[in-house]
Design a protein around this ligand. Structure first.
Ligand code: 7PM
Length: 277
C-alpha cells in the first residue's frame, strides 16, 4: 500500500509517523510573525529528524470544546508555516482543517494531504478535495467539537463508525476522489465515551481489513487521562501502549506529539517480525 501526492510517494508497507505540529501563535498574534514561523520550523525539523514522515499542521479550529477560529486567522497561522517547511524539509505536509478555503490555499502552498476531522462534510470541502487531487484523511466524529463530549451514545460504536466511514468514502469516490487517495480514521475522543474509545481501539483490525490505510490518532488523549488519572503531559506511556495496540492490528499511520518514542515502538514491533521470519 502506498500514498501518492504529486511527485511524492509514501510507502505504507511499514508504519509511518505523522507528527503533530503546534502552530498556535504567541499571545496577541494571529500568526505570520517571524518568531511563530521559526518556532514551527524548529519543531518541524526536530520531528523529521526523529523519524516523522508526515507533519500535520492545524490552526486549532478542530479541537474538542474549542471555539471556532475564523477562516482568515486559520490561513494566517497555517500558510506561512507550510511555505516555510516546504522550503526547508522534504517530508509530507498535511493540512488539518475542515474549511474549504484553508484546504485549497494550503495545497497551493505545498500541502500534500488533507486531514479533515469533519470528513469533507463542510461547505465546499469535498469540491476542493476533488480538485486538489491529494490524499484525504476522513475521520469519524459524532456531533460537533463544542458539544460532542456531552454523553455521546452508540448502540454499537464499531458498526456505526464503520458505516459512517464507508459512507463518506463512497460519497468521496462518487465525487471524483480516487479510492487510493482515501485514508480512514476512527476519530478517538471525538464524540466518544471512554468505553467507546477502547472498543474502537480493539477493533482497529476490522477497519484495516476494509483496505484503506488507517490513521490512528491517540496521542495524549483523555482516554489515557481518564483511565490513568494523568494530566495532559503525563500520558506518554498510555499513548505508546495505545499506538502499539493499533500497530499490531495493522494501522499504517500513527498521529502523535512524541515522534521519537513512537518510532522506537514501531522498531520494536518490526524487530519481532524481522527476527521471526
Ligand atoms: C485538544 C483535544 C487539542 C484534542 C487537540 C485535540 C485528530 C485529528 C485531532 C485525530 C485526525 C489532538 C486533538 N485529533 N486529526 N485532529 N485524527 N485525523 O489530539 O485523532 O490533536 S485534534
Amino acid at each position: 500500500m502506498q500514498l501518492i501526492s504529486g511527485k511524492k510517494v509514501l510507502d505504507l508497507s511499514s508504519p509511518k509517523v505523522m507528527g503533530i505540529l503546534n502552530v498556535t501563535p504567541d499571545s496577541f498574534s494571529d500568526g505570520g510573525r517571524f518568531s511563530d514561523i521559526n518556532n514551527a520550523l524548529k519543531q518541524a525539523e526536530n520531528m523529521v529528524k526523529q523519524g516523522a514522515s508526515i507533519l500535520d499542521i492545524g490552526g486549532e479550529s478542530t479541537r474538542p470544546g474549542a471555539e471556532d477560529v475564523s477562516e482568515q486567522a486559520e490561513l494566517d497561522r497555517v500558510i506561512p508555516v507550510i511555505e516555510k517547511i516546504k522550503q526547508h524539509l522534504d517530508c509530507w505536509i498535511s493540512i488539518d482543517s475542515s474549511k474549504a478555503k484553508v484546504m485549497r490555499e494550503a495545497v497551493n502552498a505545498g500541502a500534500d494531504l488533507i486531514n479533515d476531522v469533519r470528513a469533507l462534510r463542510g461547505e465546499g470541502a469535498l469540491d476542493v478535495a476533488v480538485s486538489a487531487n491529494v490524499p484525504v484523511c476522513l475521520m469519524h466524529m459524532q456531533g460537533q467539537p463544542r458539544s460532542m463530549q456531552q454523553a455521546p451514545e452508540y448502540a454499537d460504536v464499531v458498526t456505526e463508525v464503520k458505516r459512517f466511514l464507508l459512507e463518506r468514502a463512497e460519497v468521496c469516490i462518487n465525487a471524483g476522489i480516487k479510492k487510493e487517495n482515501i485514508i480512514l480514521d476512527l476519530g478517538f475522543g471525538f464524540g466518544k465515551q471512554l468505553k467507546h474509545n477502547y472498543q474502537l481501539l480493539a477493533a482497529t483490525g476490522e477497519f484495516v481489513k476494509l483496505n484503506y490505510p488507517v490513521l490512528t490518532g491517540l496521542s495524549r488523549k483523555s482516554m489515557f487521562g481518564q483511565l490513568l488519572n494523568r494530566d495532559i503531559n503525563s500520558r506518554l506511556a498510555g499513548s505508546l501502549a495505545g499506538a502499539l495496540i493499533a500497530l499490531q492490528q495493522g494501522s499504517q499511520i500513527i498521529r502523535v506529539h512524541d515522534v521519537e518514542q513512537t518510532v522506537d515502538v514501531i522498531k520494536v514491533l518490526q524487530a519481532v517480525n524481522t527476527f521471526t521470519k
